[in-house]
Structures are given as structure tokens and as C-alpha cells.
Design a protein around this ligand. Structure first.
Ligand code: ZN
Length: 511
């Protein structure tokens, strides 16, 4: 139990004791009967004159959590300037344990990844308070079935400095694949632990004066589970846009095809889909009145809560079954993987036949430790020389983006394999030679034959565990590859991967 929860329990105990003294028979059925007004944010107290300050936010969260049984919060990270990153949980009658939240249903609201976009943060603070004190039956029913999580301020250093980036000058909403800042690591840990059914990522268009008041968008990346993407699109187009327009706001879809509205795997909106959940980007017009912008954000996210409530069964089953669908799609090699493009933009960089997985060296595995953890990637040890990351797993949608040398923002360049049999052996490498031969990577079939003969020799001595003979033939293999490469008898791409594989085998048979 964390520090805040203890403090809350203590204050609840005090309240209960006072109640028992005053009303020994009637009890204390309704916490909200206690004559205490829900706390206001700094922004609300000043009627939108200035944003809630960092200190006011800390105080506000503590107050809400103290006054309401429904709220708990904890620190999930610290920024480079030492500001806390908070996760707030709202449930009814109280938030379940983290384990139960993770095993149950939940939704997440993320405010202000970009520090100069203040309205989504104010929306998050108001909404968590409203949920903590609401009497609305529909909302209470939803809170009973699902915990609503909040990261009200995803970039507190940027908020304090009123900059888009964090204190290191990094736009954190380009790092959800690389996971290279403390802020995105905190967010990734929450996404990985709780797998929210729906996540809202709140933004603004700082220089926009209106037209429309608020824009929205779903994950457009082409590798997102199709059932999720179509449900997601339906949520935005058929429910949220008309509903928010009904409140008098003009609406639209964010960005342009191929640009900011595209399939970029590094941004939160697309990552939410690749992580097998529903996602929503909101973008208010930053030059309008702050109160108006916060209202537009509120109406939108209230619309999401209603959609979640109305379609609960459908949403939760689509989300809970998506990992299995993705794992099985990852196993279908005749299906493409899209390294760019979007559901409204024709891709230009496509792997027509998906790899079965990626072979990584130990050095690469060490460099990818965070990613393995925060994306919960399954990997298999390969003769202690490295690891194999199969595409037949729930998060297959991020794997080529991380490990394929053809991906634009890859983290390391693993060896893409097209057969999972005997990974890390000369037999498997021989199958990779076949793959490249089928792709017409060799000028002469005789060169394919000599490579395979050499690999047959390696295989024979691998099976006999004759280290010195394995190494002798591996050296011969490397000479052969160098010769073919120097004389343009093999494509650069194939030569590179085959050389990497030969070196992997050398590592495996190191004396
Ligand atoms: Zn933004």
C-alpha cells in the first residue's frame, strides 16, 4: 500500500469516528453527504485566467484522494527536473488493487504530453474530480465495471516552462517506440501493466484560432488489428464528432494524409492501436478562450465514457481478443507488414512476406531491455549467443518497427528470419539462403549451391559439436560471402544479413 493510500485511510478513519459519534444509529451511507464541496482546480478558481500550477495540481490530487474513497494515486516516475509523474485511479466504490485493475477493465486519460498545450491537463483534473463526486448512475455503473486511470500531466517540466518538449528539449510524443525519455517510460509502464481498453491522448493546436474547435483521430497505422481500428473509427466518426457538435463545437479529423495525421509508429495515437487498445487523439484550437478549449476536451472525453458504457461488451471483447488475433496474424507469412502508410494513405514501404521473427545478438538484446519489458515482448534464448523474437505474439505490431533494418525508426537491426525451425543453426541459415534465392538476390544459382554446401559442412560439425571444425567451415563461409559480395554476385541486403548470421554462429561456437 502506498503512502497516499495510507494517508487516505487515516483520514477516512477520522471521518468514520466523527460520524459514529454524531450519528451512531443512522451511519454513513453516503460519503458525499458529508458537507464538503469538491475541491476546485487553480484554473477553475481563477475562472480560466491562468492554468493550474504544478503546486496546485499536487495539492488538488491530494485533496480529491483524501475526500473521495473512489480515488487513489501514486507516483509512476520523476522527470529530469525532479517533478513527479502521477497515475490517478478512479473506481467505485473504490479503485481496485493494481493487479485487479490490470486483470479487469480500465480506460486511461493522458493530459498534456506537450507542455504548451494546457487544456487537456485541465480536462483530466476536472474529470477525475467530477468522477470522484458524481451521483450520475450511468457513471457510477461504469466506474464499478471499469477503473478510469489518469496521467493528468504527462510532461510537467514542459508545462512549467510552457514548451512543447520536455526539459531535455525532446518532443516526447515522438518517442513511444524508442522509449528514450523518463516521461514516455512512465507512460509505457502504465500501458504495459494495465492494457487500457481505451486511451485518450489530449493535445492542442497552439497556433490554431479555431476552425474547427476540436479535431480528433484514431490510430491509423496499418498494422493495428482491423477489428479495433474499425471500432475506433466508428467511435470517432459516428459518436464523438456528432455528439461534440451537438454541444456547439465545430469538429474535424486531425492532420493530413502522410503527415501529422498519418501512421507514424512513434506517436502515442498509433502506438495505442499497436498495443491492442482503442485510442483517441484530441486537438483543441489553442488560440481560443481556455475555458472554451477545456469544455471541448471535456465534452469529447465524456463522449468516450458514454461510448465505453454503451458498448462495453463489444469494446472489452474486441480488446481482449486482439492480442490473440495479432499473434496469429504475425504467424501468417503471406500477409504483409506495413512499414509506412495509413488507413487513408497508400503505403510505399511494405514487407510483402512477413518475417517469422528477428534474431538479435546479446549486445542488441541488452540495448533493448526497456523495450522487451515495456512492450512485454516474448523472446527465446538462442544458444546463449542471442535471442529470437517471434512474430507470433500479441505485440507483433511493434516488432518490425523496432528490429527490422528496413523500418525508418528502428532501434537495432536484427536479422529478419523467414523460418522458425532450428533458429541459430547452420540449417536455419541455409533456409535464409533459400529465402534470398527466391527473392532473386543471387546472380548465379551456382553461388547459392556453394553457400549451401558450405553450410551443410558447418551443420555436420555443429551436430558433432566439433568446435574447431565448425569454426574452420564458418571461416570458409565468411570468405565465400566476402567474395560474392565483392564481385556483386549477391545483393547488398542479402550479403549483409547472411554475414551477420555467419558471425552469430561464430559467436555461438566461440572457443
Ligand atoms: Zn500536442
Amino acid at each position: 500500500m502506498n503512502h497516499f493510500t495510507w494517508k487516505k485511510r487515516l483520514s477516512q478513519l477520522v471521518i468514520v469516528m466523527v460520524m459514529l459519534t454524531l450519528f451512531p444509529l443512522t451511519g454513513f451511507a453516503e460519503e458525499n453527504d458529508i458537507n464538503m464541496d469538491p475541491p476546485l482546480t487553480g484554473f477553475e478558481q481563477r475562472d480560466g485566467e491562468t492554468w493550474t500550477t504544478h503546486e496546485e495540481e499536487i495539492e488538488f490530487l491530494e485533496e480529491v484522494a483524501t475526500l473521495s474513497d473512489r480515488v487513489s494515486y501514486s507516483q509512476i516516475g520523476t522527470t529530469v527536473e525532479g517533478r513527479p509523474l502521477h497515475l490517478v485511479r478512479v473506481g467505485f466504490p473504490e479503485p481496485p488493487s493494481d493487479e485487479d485493475i490490470a486483470n479487469g477493465n480500465n480506460m486511461l486519460v493522458i493530459g498534456t504530453q506537450h507542455g504548451n498545450e494546457g487544456a487537456p491537463r485541465e480536462m483530466a483534473l476536472k474529470l477525475l474530480r467530477d468522477l470522484a463526486f458524481t451521483d450520475d448512475e450511468e457513471r457510477l455503473e461504469l466506474l464499478q465495471d471499469a477503473t478510469i486511470l489518469f496521467i493528468p500531466t504527462a510532461n510537467p517540466d514542459g508545462r512549467e516552462a510552457d514548451t512543447r518538449s520536455n526539459a531535455e528539449g525532446i518532443d516526447i510524443n515522438r518517442e513511444h517506440l524508442s522509449l528514450r525519455t523518463l516521461e514516455v517510460q512512465a507512460i509505457a509502464s502504465v500501458l504495459d501493466e494495465f492494457n487500457p481498453d481505451i486511451t485518450v491522448d489530449g493535445h492542442e493546436r497552439p497556433r490554431a484560432s479555431g476552425n474547427p474547435d476540436i479535431e480528433m483521430l484514431w490510430p491509423r497505422n496499418l498494422n493495428v488489428d482491423e477489428q479495433l481500428r474499425s471500432l475506433n473509427q466508428e467511435m470517432v466518426e459516428d459518436h464523438l464528432l456528432p455528439e461534440v457538435e451537438g454541444y456547439g463545437f465545430s469538429t474535424g479529423l486531425y492532420g493530413t494524409p502522410g503527415g501529422a495525421g498519418g501512421g507514424d509508429e512513434r506517436i502515442m495515437r498509433n502506438m495505442l492501436g499497436l498495443r491492442n487498445g482503442l485510442g483517441l487523439l484530441t486537438e483543441t484550437a489553442g488560440l481560443q478562450e481556455p475555458n472554451y478549449r477545456v469544455d471541448a476536451q471535456m465534452r469529447t472525453v465524456e463522449g468516450v465514457l458514454s461510448f465505453y458504457y454503451d458498448r462495453f461488451e463489444e469494446i472489452t471483447s474486441a480488446v481482449s481478443e486482439a492480442p490473440e488475433r495479432q499473434a496469429s496474424l504475425g504467424n501468417e507469412q503471406n500477409q504483409p507488414f506495413y512499414l509506412d502508410g495509413a488507413d487513408n494513405w497508400e503505403p510505399t514501404n511494405v514487407i510483402e512476406k512477413k518475417p517469422t521473427g528477428y534474431l538479435l545478438t546479446n549486445v542488441q538484446v541488452d540495448a533493448m531491455e526497456k523495450h522487451m519489458n515495456f512492450f512485454s515482448l516474448e523472446k527465446e534464448n538462442v544458444y546463449s549467443a542471442g535471442e529470437y523474437v517471434t512474430m507470433s505474439q500479441p505485440k507483433m505490431g511493434v516488432i518490425p518497427f523496432l528490429f527490422d533494418k528496413r523500418a525508418t525508426y528502428n532501434e537495432v537491426e536484427g536479422i529478419a528470419l523467414y523460418n522458425s525451425q532450428n533458429v541459430g543453426t547452420a540449417t536455419n541459415m541455409s533456409l535464409l539462403v533459400d529465402h534470398f534465392a527466391n527473392e532473386n538476390a543471387f546472380t548465379n544459382t551456382s553461388d547459392v549451391r556453394t553457400l549451401k554446401m558450405q553450410l551443410t559442412a558447418v551443420d555436420r560439425f555443429e551436430k558433432k559439436e566439433d568446435t574447431s571444425k565448425v569454426n574452420k567451415h564458418l571461416n570458409g563461409l565468411i570468405d565465400l560471402l566476402n567474395y560474392q559480395s565483392d564481385n556483386d554476385l549477391v545483393s547488398e541486403d542479402a550479403a549483409e544479413d547472411l554475414m551477420k548470421y555467419a558471425l552469430f554462429l561464430k559467436e555461438k561456437w566461440l572457443d
